[in-house]
Design a binder for this molecule. Structure first.
Ligand code: F0G
Length: 365
């Protein structure tokens, strides 16, 4: 009630400030996808598309808060390690705040759109011959020496902003359906968003805004080649074992040591949720299925839908469930993956009759 501000800042009562460095972010759509819903076989399937934020991913919700904190602290240099989206968001919000920005990226493993964003917004891009986890180790070392202000999801203020995804999602679902979803399915890399979801739910329950019986099951999805969180859930552990070799087409979640696992795993357990790993082929198939409904997402985002499908097929999810899948990044983030998954261009002659012959499959004599 009495919401002022827009997007993320409509929820200022649950945030450390009244406003932040804003582009503005949030207010993303909750799509219905009737064909996919019927195909997956659940009562309700909605897609919360976080790719519709200003830099094309949910990271903007964290940066609007995190960069505001950096301003309060009076730091000079912002930094992050990234599989791409965090760097794009930090570059944009750092530029907006007129602060120096440094991003450390795994060389050759960042999708083209994300790299282009970081560069155009003027970040210094440092490519490391290693994976994301190595980049994070370096940036943490720099932060400990006081050289940079760290804006990875280890920074708790990032997660404060990301809580608003779930406030918004629950409000939108309830406005449309008159009830709350049974399950929220989301891709997990560092498990920051998974941790933010649990924190959002706890705060709502403590505030009396959500009945304990209405808390959705937190369901995290990883790529098979990069699934330490899934391993921890399957083995009933409280923390993850670091995977030193990770690989997946969904480069955004190509992460071997999810640093927020200890905040995320209790949420998965407490809500009766789970974690599941999906193949790259299943991810691409889900990316196409979403695209066929007009919803364009990057591969990591499609993992949520691929995970839901797998859990439905194995009977973990039943046909009566109301489910929201989170899609975390926009299709244009990874144009190469999109091009590889979609229809290929065909060359045609510069002539209308010839074009018509071509599309109707006629041969000219
Ligand atoms: N989806 C996308 C598109 C992402 O970019 C990320 C993380 C995730 C999901 C996973 O979120 O880490 O909170 O579990 N990307 C980070 C980055 C690591 O550097 O852009 P998480």
């Amino acid at each position: 009630e009495a919401f002022e501000g827009r997007g993320v800042w409509r929820y200022a009562a649950a945030l450390p400030f009244e406003e932040g460095v804003s582009l503005p972010e949030g207010d993303t759509p909750l799509h219905s996808v009737p064909r996919l819903e019927a195909d997956v076989g659940v009562r309700t399937l909605r897609i919360k598309h976080e790719g519709m934020n200003p830099t094309g991913s949910f990271k903007d919700r964290g940066m609007t808060v995190g960069v505001r904190v950096a301003q309060e602290l009076g730091v000079e240099r912002l930094a992050c390690a990234s599989t791409g989206n965090t760097s794009a968001a930090l570059a944009a919000y750092g530029a907006r705040a007129d602060l120096e920005t440094l991003v450390l990226l795994p060389s050759g493993k960042v999708a083209a759109g994300k790299l282009a964003q970081a560069g155009l917004h003027g970040a210094r891009i440092l490519e490391v011959d290693g994976n994301f986890d190595d980049c994070l180790d370096i940036v943490q070392a720099l932060a400990e020496r006081g050289e940079v202000y760290l804006l990875n999801s280890l920074n708790p203020f990032r997660l404060e902003g990301q809580k608003t995804i779930f406030f918004e999602l629950l409000e939108q679902f309830h406005a449309d359906e008159g009830r709350y979803p049974d399950r929220v399915v989301l891709p997990a890399g560092n498990a920051g968003n998974t941790a933010a979801l649990y924190k959002a739910l706890r705060e709502l329950v403590h505030a009396g805004a959500l009945a304990p019986g209405d808390v959705p099951k937190i369901t995290a999805v990883q790529a098979e080649g990069s699934a330490p969180l899934v391993e921890a859930v399957e083995e009933g552990n409280d923390d993850v074992e670091r995977w030193s070799d990770v690989e997946t087409r969904a480069t955004a979640i190509r992460i071997g040591y999810p640093v927020n696992a200890r905040k995320a795993l209790p949420g998965i357990h407490a809500t009766g949720g789970t974690a599941v790993a999906v193949s790259d082929e299943a991810i691409t198939e889900a990316q196409r299925a979403l695209a066929e409904e007009g919803v364009g997402v990057e591969p990591a985002s499609a993992a949520s839908v691929a995970g839901l499908r797998k859990l439905r097929e194995s009977g973990v999810v039943n046909e009566g469930e109301d489910v929201v899948c989170l899609t975390t990044g926009h299709l244009l983030k990874d144009p190469d993956a999109a091009a590889a998954a979609g229809t290929a261009p065909e060359s045609v002659p510069n002539d209308a009759d010839a074009v018509l012959d071509h599309i109707e499959g006629r041969r000219r004599s």
